[in-house]
Write a new protein. Structure first.
Length: 181
């Protein structure tokens, strides 16, 4: 009986020894993987800390970006015009009309020619006094309705420093007339 117990004990010891050996091999493999990962992290950290020469944009990248910005601006202008149309519809429903006030202001100021020096020399155009509720796109739209083919971008270019997001009521701005050069 003692022999049977010794044999069973020996089997358990052999089994445990095999499991310990497997664990040691697994631990060694994991240690190697950890060392490899530490090396990769160190290499990536070194690359991150080095100034990269390839981070600058090429001329083609800048052209693509400029085209995307122009497309976004065009869509923004279209959205503004759509919003203005909706506001005009709402104004008609409620009995008021801010669009007619702007059109009246445009027709009264449209008769004044002005010569303002621009990038290509003197420019023909009009003086406009900003009224409450005006936006650059609404002003451009009102002038287009009067036959002056001007865009919001042209108005902003003709008025350096003009912030389209906060127009100052009573401030005079210059509306260029691109067709009267």
């Amino acid at each position: 009986m003692a022999r049977g117990q010794d044999a069973a004990t020996q089997q358990q010891i052999d089994k445990l020894s095999g499991q310990i050996q497997d664990m040691l091999e697994t631990q060694a493999a994991q240690t190697k993987r950890l060392e490899a990962l530490e090396k990769q992290i160190a290499d990536l950290t070194d690359k991150l800390n080095q100034p990269a020469a390839g981070d600058s944009a090429s001329a083609d990248d800048l052209k693509k970006l400029a085209a995307q910005v122009q497309e976004i601006d065009k869509k923004r202008q279209e959205d503004n015009e759509m919003i203005l149309k909706q506001i005009e519809k709402l104004g008609k429903v409620s009995g008021g009309s801010t669009g007619h006030k702007l059109a009246a202001a445009v027709s009264t100021t449209a008769s004044t020619d002005n010569s303002t020096p621009g990038a290509g020399g003197p420019q023909k155009g009009y003086d406009y006094t900003i009224a409450a509720g005006d936006t650059v796109s609404a002003i451009a739209k009102a002038y287009r309705a009067q036959g002056v083919k001007v865009t919001s971008a042209q108005i902003l270019a003709a008025n350096p420093g003009l912030n389209p997001n906060s127009l100052i009521v009573g401030k005079k701005i210059f509306i260029p007339d691109p067709s009267a050069k």
